[in-house]
Design a protein around this ligand. Structure first.
Ligand code: PMP
Length: 355
């Protein structure tokens, strides 16, 4: 029996509850209960059990589907969204894709605001998924024209619409407290020593960390931070100072402490270099068969570092956030990697995957 309680959603033709049956209830039934997989070669190499939730198996293809569903459920419960309503979010990535999928399945309209420097691929994908995409000028969070604030204002101006606010609406963290965390606890039968995740909104790390610490305070919670993010220095020294460089990873790294991350029980932080994240992305592909994005490479590279810190015999859990297909043009392009100084970190035999 899974821990997960019954979770109910309003569909256009009435309320539907997710169950734990073998038959999943449509696309929304395909969110959560992802496989927990052993990363074989790395586990053998480190002497630890390195396990990962295969989040690309969610219905919309990423870890963000869990948050997307809970953000919509939260709006339904607060009666901010009635049948036929509009979901509005500021996002350039997986949350938008997740929300667009869920909106189709649940009968809502979806409007996505994003910075106008995002790839045409992302715009095309969201449009294919039925979302209205609004690219806006690239400006920082403290500028009222930032894509998140524009999303908020647009939702306010419409009747029966909600700005889901993935960064500061803690329904995001709740998704992982109620699903990802309990799944990890149950699937490892409580034999988990550490978890480690890169952080975008902080929902995954805070939700899983909070649940597991409640079950066993000895579970170690590590935050893995990419280049150019402030969270490593925040955890280590209490200062919101960026580490050097910028990162090829997408969806992770932060400039502030979001409401979803606030108060998360974090034991330590690891700064992961792009060279390590990219090398691991290609090792996962060629040695383990997983075609994943760079945030997954970063997560697993961090898990290998945690294995070194803790020593053999421990069980370390992370997640495989999404698939490499979403980054084909960039992460798998020889010229892009060369330009970013990231070609040399890929073992020569694995460069056959580059175009
Ligand atoms: N990896 C990818 C590819 C993502 O899109 C995200 C979400 N932005 C994350 C990791 C991190 O998830 P969270 O927002 O829960 O911190």
């Amino acid at each position: 029996m899974l821990f997960r309680s019954r979770i109910c959603f309003q569909l256009t033709n009435g309320t539907r509850c997710l169950s734990n049956d073998a038959i999943r209830q449509g696309l929304i039934g395909m969110v959560g209960r992802t496989p927990l997989v052993r990363i074989n070669k790395l586990s053998d190499e480190t002497g630890c059990e390195i396990l990962a939730k295969a989040e690309f198996c969610n219905g919309g293809g990423s870890v963000k589907d869990r948050a997307a569903l809970y953000l919509i459920k939260d709006a339904q419960e607060k009666r901010l969204l009635r049948p036929g309503g509009t979901v509005v979010e500021g996002t350039a990535g997986n949350t938008g894709i997740g929300l667009a999928h869920m909106c189709l399945a649940l009968g809502y309209k979806c409007v996505i605001y994003m910075p106008e420097n995002q790839s045409q691929e992302k715009i095309d994908m969201l449009t294919t998924l039925g979302a209205i995409v609004r690219p806006v000028p690239v400006v920082a969070w403290d500028n009222p024209e930032n894509y998140n604030h524009q999303a908020s204002r647009f939702a306010e101006s419409l009747d029966n619409a909600v700005w889901t606010n993935q960064f500061d609406n803690t329904a995001n963290r709740k998704a992982h407290m109620e699903t990802t965390g309990p799944e990890i606890w149950e699937e490892t039968r409580g034999k988990v020593n550490a978890v480690v995740f890169g952080t975008g909104t902080g929902g995954t790390l805070a939700g899983v960390g909070t649940f597991l610490k409640e079950k066993n305070p000895k579970v170690q919670v590590f935050l893995a931070d990419p280049q150019g993010s402030v969270l490593y220095n925040y955890i280590k020294h209490g200062k919101l100072e960026r580490t050097e460089g910028s990162s090829i990873t997408e969806g992770i790294g932060q400039g502030r402490v979001t409401k979803n991350l606030e108060g998360a029980p974090i034991d330590d932080a690891l700064a992961i270099k792009d060279t390590d994240a990219v090398e691991m992305t290609f090792r996962l592909l060629h040695e383990e068969g997983f075609f994943v994005g760079a945030s997954t490479g970063l997560n697993v590279a961090a898990a290998a570092q945690v294995a070194k810190i803790m020593g053999p015999g421990h069980t370390i859990v992370t997640c495989l956030c999404d698939t490499g297909q979403r980054y084909y043009a960039k992460l798998f392009s020889k010229s892009v990697l060369e330009e970013m100084g990231l070609l040399d970190c890929i073992p020569i035999p694995y460069r056959t995957s580059l175009h």
